[in-house]
Write a protein that binds this ligand. Structure first.
Ligand code: ATP
Ligand code: MG
Length: 500
């Protein structure tokens, strides 16, 4: 029989011991841990994406909410987490620091420095996941983002606020193109972020050296999750890079973010999803892999003047297998971005570098941001190159060719030559316009094909030394007037005489 005296005494004791601790719905305990994933019982109020803390000091992100528990990926201190550990919900998502002191630094996706140069000073903490700017907040893309690569700037122009995919097989110069674009932003008032996902530490070290040599570290920082970091950190990296970039965009600055590369990002997310037992779909990727990248790339935007006019330009990189752009991740990212630069391994191996395949590359919004001088000079380039490719295929049959066809072929060969550009030698917009103008108008027809490279180099140096006024006037007005054109023609004639 119940003894009411005892019961009231027990209740009394319980009430006296009560310390007013946090309600049990924001705490839980670990029931299972392994492979960087923990299953937690409790945490009834947890929300998707919430940061949770373990008693050992480890941190995790909630990525799975099911009836009998919560699944979370561990960001740090994986080896410290034990079965039965208490877990506390923080009620907020992961936030990262951003500010001027990031420039020249390498940080991990949590914003912690990994270059041993001391702490970074945060001007602001931003949530890694935040909604993209709304339609009302956006302005139209109207300023070019010059990559310095003549083939890209002329035929696949990129505007500030645009998302342009760089896609190609392995070792086709994807990273080189993006790094050159960063180096070319020197003195143009564009901040740059290089986000390395799942790469070897040695490759990232080489990229850092190149950025330093190019003098880009004053306005560039690196967000790093290497191949040896946990899948959770690799998953988080591009979102935290976007968050750090948003700080500057909201201040009215222009930012360029390179995500190198999203194929590895998707693989990291697939790992997490499989461990959390999300149902696998095509190529074993989970069903939400499209949303994974669309919500990231939507955060690239050009803000309206009322919102300060800042921008984030995104250059995501995707690796293809044997040039197959119709596999899952490439098709997804192609449909999300505003265009793609397709790098072809055959072109790369035949010495055409950057190996841009003009036929498969497009830019859907960049044209409106292109300067008039550039648009005029490049207008015929695409057409001439297309004709050249067609005739070249035909000429392989070796029949007698008429003079007009021979001329077209000779002109096409020269156009292909001017699109070749070594690494770390970007052109200014004016140089690009000048080179395109003289080559499209047949001024190079008397130069042997194998001499075109050195000839153009020499000609640009000559222009710099003798026609600085002409170059300045094109740069200022952004237009190639008929006088400018005549001056360019006479400059190249003078240069040819000089060389003889
Ligand atoms: P991965 O798939 O391994 O990431 P990737 O596509 O990023 O490769 P890069 O690492 O950029 O390719 O370049 C591959 C090699 O080609 C490098 O050694 C680089 O120096 C060289 N390379 C890239 N672009 C050019 C260029 N324009 N001129 C000469 N060499 C180049
Ligand atoms: Mg690369």
């Amino acid at each position: 029989m119940a003894n009411f005296g005892d019961l009231s005494r027990v209740l009394q004791e319980q009430i006296e011991k009560w310390e007013g601790k946090a309600a049990s719905d924001s705490t839980g305990f670990v029931v299972q841990v392994g492979d960087g994933v923990a299953t937690i019982y409790g945490l009834e109020k947890a929300v998707y994406g919430e940061l949770v803390e373990f008693t050992s000091g480890a941190a995790g992100i909630v990525l799975n909410l099911v009836e009998d528990g919560v699944g979370c990926v561990l960001l740090s201190g994986e080896s410290l987490v034990k079965d039965g550990d208490e877990v506390r919900g923080t009620g907020r998502v992961v936030s990262v620091p951003s500010g001027q002191s990031l420039f020249g630094r390498v940080v991990n996706p949590l914003g912690e420095p990994v270059d041993g140069k001391g702490p970074v000073k945060a001007e602001e903490y931003l949530p890694v996941e935040s909604p993209a700017p709304s339609v009302i907040e956006r302005g139209s893309v109207n300023t070019p983002l010059e990559t310095g690569a003549v083939s890209v700037d002329s035929m696949i122009p990129i505007g500030r606020g645009q998302r342009e995919l760089i896609i190609g097989d392995r070792q086709t110069g994807k990273t080189a193109l993006a790094v050159d674009a960063i180096i070319n932003q020197k003195g143009k008032g564009v901040y740059c972020v290089y986000c390395a996902i799942g790469q070897k530490s040695s490759s990232v070290a080489a990229i850092m050296r190149n950025l330093e040599r190019g003098g880009a570290l004053d306005y560039t920082f690196v967000v790093l999750a290497t191949a040896s970091d946990s899948a959770a950190l690799q998953y988080l990296a591009p979102y935290s890079a976007a968050a750090m970039a948003e700080h500057f965009m909201r201040q009215g600055k222009d930012v360029l973010v390179v995500y190198d590369d999203l194929s590895k990002h998707a693989v990291a997310y697939r790992t997490i999803s499989l461990l959390l037992r999300h149902p696998p779909g095509r190529e074993a990727f989970p069903g939400d892999v499209f949303y994974l990248h669309s919500r990231l790339l939507e955060r690239a935007a050009k803000l309206s003047p009322e919102k300060g006019g800042g921008s984030i330009t995104a250059l995501p990189i995707v690796e293809t297998q044997a040039g197959d752009i119709s596999s899952y991740i490439p098709t997804n990212v192609i449909s999300i971005t505003d265009g793609q630069v397709f790098l072809d391994s055959e072109l790369f191996n035949s010495g055409i570098r950057p190996a841009v395949d003009v036929g498969l590359s497009v830019s859907r919004v960049g044209g409106s941001a292109q300067s008039k001088a550039m648009r005029k000079a490049s207008g015929r380039l695409r057409l001439d190159l297309a004709q050249y490719r067609e005739m070249k295929a035909f000429a392989q049959f070796g029949s007698d060719l008429d003079k007009a066809t021979q001329d077209k072929l000779a002109q096409g060969e020269r156009l292909m030559e001017i699109l070749k550009q070594p690494q770390f030698s970007p052109y200014t917009m004016v140089q690009e316009a000048a080179v395109l103008f003289v080559s499209i108008n047949g001024c190079l027809m008397d130069i042997p094909v194998n001499k075109i490279g050195p000839f153009i180099k020499g000609f640009l140096e000559y222009l710099e030394a003798h026609d600085a006024g002409l170059m300045e006037s094109i740069a200022k007005t952004g237009v190639l007037s008929s006088e400018n054109e005549q001056e360019l023609v006479s400059a190249i004639e003078n240069f040819k005489q000089l060389k003889q």
